[in-house]
Design a protein around this ligand. Structure first.
Ligand code: SF4
Ligand code: SF4
Length: 158
């Protein structure tokens, strides 16, 4: 969709321009891994111009399409991890579930769950005691307990 609208710009440029276009934003932080990415960022941010109405419509359409995918909106901030008394691998579990939702790759999702949870010294979803502390701090207001039940049923390690 974005490539059709403008095949000459990167996917990252859409995201960064979207953030920079918001009212009140004076700085956008971009994680860059190499010189090409830095040059790409500079190419449109050096003399930044606001998004056109056409570009906004493309982004609105992209948002509509993305909302149709039932992903768990976890940002991996790990605030929940700081308060969980059971050391449950919450964000890792959700990353694995999202991988399954996106790609339908059960083996890959199970591997992710195993690595991101057990491989990082965390406990699996089925060990959640449902105390709810995680939900009090989740900025995304995710129903973490319910989602962990689904993870346990779908990717359960047993
Ligand atoms: S509800 Fe489960 S995941 Fe959340 S803090 Fe309690 S034990 Fe941890
Ligand atoms: S607090 Fe919420 S958004 Fe942050 S890692 Fe935990 S579940 Fe994900």
């Amino acid at each position: 969709m974005k490539k059709e609208a403008n095949p000459n710009v990167s996917y990252a440029s859409w995201a960064i321009k979207f953030a920079a276009n918001l009212d009140g934003v004076i700085t956008v932080l971009s994680g860059m891994s190499n010189t090409e990415q830095m040059q790409d960022n500079l190419s449109y941010m050096k003399d930044f111009t606001k998004l056109s109405e056409e570009e906004k419509k493309v982004l609105d359409k992209a948002q509509e399409e993305l909302k149709k995918i039932p992903l768990i909106p976890c940002t991996t901030c790990n605030y929940c991890a700081k308060v969980c008394p059971m050391n449950i691998g919450i964000s890792g579990s959700f990353t694995a579930m999202n991988m399954l939702t996106l790609y339908g790759d059960m083996a890959g999702a199970k591997h992710q769950e195993s690595w991101l949870v057990g491989g990082h010294g965390k406990k699996h979803a089925e060990e959640c005691i449902k105390c709810g502390r995680c939900e009090e701090v989740c900025p995304q207001h995710i129903k973490i307990r319910d989602e962990l039940v689904k993870v346990a049923e779908t990717l359960g390690s047993n």
